[in-house]
Design a protein. Structure first.
Length: 267
């Protein structure tokens, strides 16, 4: 049985990694040669494709994407944790209505409020900057809902009451008791926000017109010259853009799985 299990896992791994392998192979081809067949073997055009990528402001764009993803993770996790802690562990007026509001906003597609959000950002003077792409995570309904459930099921109220009896302040309880207990949830949210903000295409596309502030998805879609799309260069840029995503997921995979399951299973 163990052999069959590992063979099955190995097969799933190969199937999952096959698109990445094809992408890397495509980055070694001249653009027009990519469509002559499935590129399973490397070609000799990788250096020219990398030159095409590096002749642009690729490193600035890479830094933009890193800035957006890191700041989005910090902002999204901070606001979601504070909201989750407040709703899960405190009683206040309209608490139930706030819970319903968070759930309802999760059902509304983000595209519905996109025009209003763009107008809001321009009114605040954030047009054509990275701020609209970052600030969208300050009101992340899924993150708030996730942390409400996670903190409710993971942090015992009795422990917090004992700390209050011993004279601990609320910030001390949050920092010394709650945060260590919800590390898997924080790690899970951080991984999700980083991956989603790194791959976000629509919001940077409609809020940023200046190529100086492009993020990687928008930048890669513009690679090429007049009347010709350079798919080989795009694949090379995509391969390099995928590396941080793989590193983040590999580093956070164990806590990611633990965080997803911890809030769903009650002990």
């Amino acid at each position: 049985m163990k052999l069959i299990k590992w063979l099955f896992i190995g097969l799933l791994t190969i199937v999952s990694l096959f698109p990445f392998y094809v992408m890397i192979m495509m980055s070694t081809y001249y653009s027009e040669n990519i469509f002559k067949g499935l590129p399973l073997l490397p070609s000799n055009y990788l250096f020219e494709n990398l030159q095409t990528v590096f002749k642009t402001n690729f490193f600035r764009v890479y830094a933009n994407s890193l800035t957006v993803s890191i700041c989005s993770s910090l902002l999204g996790v901070t606001t979601s944790t504070l909201i989750g802690y407040a709703v899960a562990k405190f009683d206040f007026k309209l608490k139930r209505h706030l819970n319903y509001f968070i759930i309802i906003t999760m059902m509304i597609p983000a595209q519905v409020g996109l025009i209003g959000y763009i107008i809001e950002m321009r009114t605040l003077g954030f047009g054509n900057t990275l701020m609209p792409v970052i600030l969208t995570w300050s009101a992340w309904s899924f993150g708030a809902f996730f942390m409400i459930q996670f903190i409710r099921d993971t942090v015992p109220s009795e422990v917090m009451e004992c700390a209050r009896i011993d004279g601990a302040s609320e910030p001390r309880i949050l920092g010394g008791i709650v945060l260590p207990l919800i590390k898997p949830g924080i790690s899970t949210l951080s991984t999700l926000v980083f991956l989603w903000s790194w791959n976000n295409y629509l919001l940077p596309l409609v809020t940023i017109n200046n190529s100086k502030w492009f993020t990687l998805p928008v930048f890669i879609s513009t690679l090429g010259i007049v009347h010709r799309t350079d798919y080989g260069a795009r694949m090379a840029a995509l391969a390099m853009a995928t590396l941080p995503v793989l590193i983040v997921f590999l580093l956070g995979s164990r806590t990611f799985i633990k965080g997803i399951t911890a809030g769903a299973v009650k002990g």
